[in-house]
Design a protein around this ligand. Structure first.
Ligand SMILES: Cc1ncc(COP(=O)(O)O)c(C=O)c1O
Length: 380
């Protein structure tokens, strides 16, 4: 076999370490230095399995079993399992509690992974309404309407799914209202917390949710791929059913999920998560400051206002205007930010972009604001 492996010898991430990364999908997954030191010992394949006696969630060394119990407390749920991401968590719920052909009633801002999960589980869906431009908020009452409509036409509803914070606008949905509707109608309720758990405080019990899908690499300062599924005890038997052949192994987990660095990194970052969610108000202050400072430049923030989450989506007609006359065309903004050590804004975009300053220091936030101001004021 003639395979040239030279190209794998110097794989680098091609990202200057000092760069300030504004990509919302990446800000919540940055590991604190302490976690980086801990995972150094765990880079071998099945590194957490040295003392396994049959199942990942029961491993005592390293203390995965205790970590999962503590994580349940952190999320206000009863039982937690590691997964490879929020999408795998959603799929595990759908595949276990719904029957083929059932309907999932989900919000109009649901992520594509909710759709691929339900398609893979051979389910149908009904999408609820959202507000129009520019807020695009989920309308909780629409859940009741869609449920009534499906019931009237004798369709079987298997699950109610809500995206806690959507990735397009960063709107925080009214979970309590949707939870009340799901409960009063008697349907199980799954909350997709990919963009919330680990960034902001979550209490599943208070929110009336039956399942939480969380994402380690997106919002829990963990190496990807990694996630969590937290469930209400009531659903333990269905969701965590074990194999008839190997009675210890859970079917939806295909026996065991995260078997190395990802789960270990999540454990190593747990203390950091506990501390950082306490500072959510400060994150919102920084986010709102960015919006207030940048809108006068000719940006328009889309989604609910003021911001209740760190994702910021701006419409940017001013960048479009500059791109018309700049010889770098649409790439000027990316290039100018890069010169200033700022990355994470998509290359070539001028009509709108998304950003987040989650976890940056106040000095870094001011630097980002001033950099954008100076780019636009110099080139307009
Ligand atoms: C709202 C939302 N849910 C789920 C996901 C997927 O998360 P994961 O990669 O953990 O499956 C994303 C990723 O962008 C997301 O924005």
């Amino acid at each position: 076999m003639d395979i040239n492996t030279d190209k794998y010898k110097n794989i680098t991430r091609n990202l200057e370490r000092e760069m300030i990364n504004l990509n919302p999908i990446q800000r919540g997954g940055i590991l604190p230095t302490e976690s980086k030191k801990i995972i150094y010992e765990y880079w071998d394949g099945y590194s957490v399995c040295d003392y396994c006696s049959g199942r990942l969630d029961q491993i005592e060394t390293p203390p995965i079993n205790e970590f999962l119990e503590d994580m349940s407390k952190f999320l206000g749920m009863d039982i937690t399992r590691p997964t490879h991401g929020a999408r795998e968590s959603k799929y595990a719920v759908m595949n276990s509690i719904c029957k083929e052909g059932d309907y999932v009633v989900l919000d109009g801002n649901a992520h594509y992974t909710s759709y691929v999960a339900l398609e893979r589980a051979k389910l149908n869906y009904e999408k609820t309404d959202i507000e129009e431009y520019p807020t695009f908020r989920v309308i909780p009452e629409s859940y009741a309407e869609k449920i009534d409509m499906l019931e009237d036409s004798k369709k079987n509803i298997g699950l109610i799914l809500l995206t806690h914070v959507d990735g397009n606008y960063g709107n925080v949905a009214d979970v309590e209202k949707v939870g009340k509707i799901a409960k009063s109608k008697g349907y199980p309720f799954l909350l997709n917390c990919a963009y919330s758990a680990g960034r902001m405080p979550i209490d599943g019990k208070k929110l009336n949710v039956d399942f939480i899908a969380a994402s380690g690499h997106k919002s829990m300062a963990a190496s990807g791929p990694c996630g969590l599924l937290s469930i209400n005890k009531k659903y333990e038997n269905e969701v965590l059913e074990t194999s008839k052949v190997n009675v210890l192994k859970e079917l939806q987990m295909l026996g065991c999920t995260s078997r190395g660095i990802p789960i270990l990194s999540l454990m190593a970052s747990f203390e950091h998560l506990i501390e950082r969610v306490k500072k959510w108000d400060l994150e919102l202050e920084k986010t709102r400051k960015v919006v207030n400072e940048l809108e006068p430049l000719g940006f328009k923030q889309i989604g609910e206002k003021p911001r209740n989450h760190d994702i910021i989506r701006f419409e940017t007609p001013i960048l479009d205007e500059i791109a018309e006359k700049d010889k770098r065309r649409g790439f000027f903004f990316y290039e100018e930010l890069k010169k200033r050590g700022i990355g994470g804004i998509r290359r070539g975009v001028t009509k709108e972009f998304k950003m987040s300053v989650y976890g940056l220091t106040n000095t870094q936030v001011d630097y980002v604001i001033n950099s954008m101001k100076s780019i636009i004021n110099e080139l307009r």
